[in-house]
Ligand binder design. Structure first.
Ligand code: ARG
Length: 473
């Protein structure tokens, strides 16, 4: 966007009729939103055109005014896209800049555009139109990320890795299952956005400043032209409601929180302490001092940017909490956090949709790590239960076996049958532990045995992927 020019004279200002002195330079800069709301220019024009069409249909303005407005707006669109539009900070915001240029181009028809409308319902309409477009882009990226997760999960449906609780090795899981956990998170995020979209997609125009208008307007026509599903039912609410923006930011914060958890895991997994995965170079950067370094910058930044989206949400909640009805200038502060949240989520999702399918997975290290930390101890306890031991006794028996392994610095599967029986305190009761125990102690046996809906068995993971693919279509 080109830099706005700035003049202090009140002459050009649409509201200056009753004012006797020009605005102070700092006040002008302080109250203007042009530097950030230029971004709404195209949707502002869309909204104006739909409003003008309706005014003409309702005979509030003439057909020839409408023709002139359309012609002027076409030129303005062109000037803006070519970067030739002369933005003027003295005109405060995007709405007044466009209206003023329109009047310059087409004269009185331009001055009639604002009939039955206020900047209050105009800006509320613009934000909704803009946000709807962003949200649709975000949904596309979420879908791309979900399908990337499915692709990796399918490749690694049977890849064994350690599952953690408390960041301690807990039980073996499959990497496919782990990735599908993120698929679930991003599916919920998708649903949340789709639901939020319904409340964004209502038309405020017609509320005018706050009380509605005395012109015979047709709000349904405008809603239809702009693709809104309906109109905001109450004029006071229409100009003052920013719930939809807050909801969007809350959904965005949840998306970023999920991305951040994934990032945290990627960062750990890339570290040589884990060495479960590697990232292609294009997602990393080096160090200016340590020549050997390859840092996982993308996940680290994503984790960091989660903080700013949380901040955006809190900013909007705080912005709204003490506003009396209806419109207050405070609302001008809704844009930057909202823009920031949308930008951040969109960029982040786009990058992750490319990163996830390109993860370099080190299956051997994963498998080895899954064999550490007595990850199949629960399987052994379950085995004993199936042979008739009460679960609490089985738990204690296995704890004793683990104790022995710690002393001998070995794994449960390394113990001989006799050692295992003795350690479990079941030396004389051979019926409890037979040779079939070793299949149970293997990580492979462990994951395969969790063969139920939502379980980590490779077959279950493949079934979950199949179902997800159908849902994603
Ligand atoms: N720039 C303003 C905003 O973003 C537009 C609405 C101004 N309305 C007013 N009554 N001053 O909210």
């Amino acid at each position: 966007m080109s830099k706005p020019k700035n003049s202090l004279s009140n002459k050009s200002k649409a509201w200056s009729g009753r004012f006797t002195e020009p605005v102070n330079a700092l006040v002008q800069r302080y109250t203007a939103s042009l530097n950030f709301d230029q971004r709404l220019a195209m949707v502002d024009i869309d909204g104006s055109l739909a409003h003008a069409e309706m005014l003409a249909t309702q005979k509030i303005i003439s057909k020839s005014d409408l023709v002139a407005i359309k012609k002027g707006m076409a030129q303005i669109r062109n000037e803006i896209s070519k970067g030739q539009f002369q933005w003027d900070l003295a005109l405060e915001d995007v709405h007044l800049n466009i209206e003023s240029r329109l009047t310059q181009l087409v004269g009185d028809a331009g001055k009639r555009l604002h009939t039955g409308r206020s900047r209050n319902d105009q800006v509320a309409t613009d934000i909704r139109l803009w946000l709807r477009g962003e949200l649709d882009q975000i949904l596309i990226q979420l879908k791309a990320l979900r399908s990337a997760l499915l692709k990796q999960a399918e490749k690694h449906a049977a890849t064994i890795m350690p599952g953690h609780t408390h960041l301690q090795v807990a039980q073996p899981v499959t990497f496919g299952h782990h990735l599908m956990a993120y698929y679930e998170m991003f599916s919920r995020d998708t649903e949340r956005l789709q639901d939020c979209r319904k409340r964004i997609n209502q038309l405020p125009l017609g509320a005018a400043a706050l009380a509605g208008t005395s012109y015979p307007i047709d709000r349904a026509q405008v809603a239809k032209a702009l693709g809104f599903a309906g109109v905001c039912h109450n004029s006071l609410d229409a100009v003052s409601d920013r719930d939809f923006a807050i909801e969007f930011c809350a959904a965005a914060a949840l998306i970023m929180m999920h991305i951040s958890r994934l990032s945290e895991e990627l960062i750990l997994w890339i570290s040589p302490r884990f060495s479960f995965i590697d990232l292609p170079d294009r997602f990393c950067t080096g160090s200016s001092i340590m020549p050997q370094k390859k840092n996982p910058d993308v996940p680290e930044l994503a984790r960091g940017k989660t903080g700013r989206v949380n901040g955006d949400l809190i900013a909007l909640l705080t912005l709204m909490k003490a506003q009396p009805l209806a419109y207050n200038k405070d609302n001008q502060e809704d844009k930057e956090p909202l823009f920031d949240a949308a930008n951040t989520v969109l960029d982040t999702l786009q990058i992750f949709a490319d990163l996830v399918p390109n993860l370099i997975v080190k299956t051997d290290t994963m498998k080895k790590a899954a064999e550490e930390g007595f990850s199949t101890a629960t399987d052994l306890a379950d085995y004993l239960v199936k042979k008739g031991l009460p679960f609490r006794d089985a738990h204690e028996a296995v704890a004793q076996a683990v104790k022995l392994c710690i002393k001998k610095k070995c794994n449960l599967a390394d113990l001989s049958l006799t050692e295992l029986r003795a350690a479990c305190g079941l030396g004389k009761q051979e019926k409890f532990i037979g040779n079939d125990v070793f299949a149970v102690l293997s990580t492979q046996g462990s994951v395969e045995s969790r063969h139920h809906l939502g379980g980590t068995a490779p077959k279950q993971v493949l079934a979950a992927i199949k179902k997800a693919r159908a849902d994603l279509k």
